[in-house]
Design a binder for this molecule. Structure first.
Ligand code: G3P
Ligand code: MG
Length: 247
């Protein structure tokens, strides 16, 4: 296939979640090693207000702990093993704080922070405070399935880039974003809902398109041909190999 425009950015989903325990420093390091130019990660908030990187609101699936993250203090969460569930050679991996992920990555590396819940506004406040103080605002796109949360974030901090995350098969993706009263940076659609015409419409409206979670070569090909801005994948190395193989 021939690609007429810039190739899509490789964005590692929860790092390189297909090959390392999701949302751990090992997973983010592997994604970067495999050629990712960005990562996607998910956040929750601990009882004592720390921004914790984890997909689920509970600790049960991906650690040897249990219960809600928001009911544990960071001192307890940091003791847990977040790697052994995936493979024995990842035993000893920890649940990272958002700050630790940024400390590991160079400036300019894209971090797509997915906000799972608002936690009565505490998550938004903590996230914006961290981004302001760390100077990493430029490197971030915040996305969420909760579009009201995205709106609050953008109104509170006009400098932050925000994206709409959704699985719905919308009539018109760009039109949905355009009718918002805030400046949307990007669309993050479920990959099976997005057609080439939607990507074109988004680009015309000045919106980036980052479909998730794309793991098969036929979908890499279709979405690259459609001109998406980036592809969120569990296998950054697989996507890199595909992109290297095309003209
Ligand atoms: O941000 C894209 C994707 O991560 C959304 O779904 O459940 O994998 O967080 P999920
Ligand atoms: Mg996510």
């Amino acid at each position: 296939m021939t690609v007429n425009q810039r190739k899509p950015m490789i964005i590692g989903h929860r790092g390189a979640a297909g090959e390392a325990p999701e949302n751990t420093l090992a997973s983010f390091a592997l994604a970067a090693e495999q050629g990712a130019e960005g990562i996607e990660l998910d956040i929750h908030i601990s009882k004592d207000g720390e921004i914790v990187v984890c997909h689920d609101p509970t600790l049960d699936r991906t650690t040897n702990g249990s219960g809600l993250i928001c009911e544990h203090n960071w001192q307890d969460i940091r003791q847990l093993d977040a790697g052994a569930w995936f493979a024995d050679n990842y035993r000893g991996e920890r649940v990272p704080l958002l700050r630790e992920v940024f400390e590991m990555l160079p400036k300019g590396f894209l971090v797509n922070v997915e906000v799972k819940y608002s936690y009565e506004g505490r998550q938004e406040q903590a996230l914006l405070a961290y981004l302001r103080e760390s100077g990493r605002m430029e490197d971030v796109v915040i996305s969420s399935f909760d579009h009201q949360c995205i709106r609050r974030l953008k109104l509170a901090e006009p400098d932050v880039k925000v994206g709409l995350l959704y699985a719905a098969n919308l009539f018109d993706h760009a039109a949905y974003a355009r009718q918002a009263d805030i400046d949307i940076f990007s669309l993050h659609p479920y990959y099976q809902t997005i057609a080439a015409s939607d990507v074109k419409g988004a680009a015309t409206a000045g919106l980036a398109t980052y479909p998730y979670t794309v793991n098969q070569e036929e979908d890499f090909a279709r979405l690259t041909e459609a001109g998406v801005s980036g592809i969120i994948t569990d296998y950054p190395g697989r996507l890199r190999d595909f992109l290297e193989g095309i003209q």
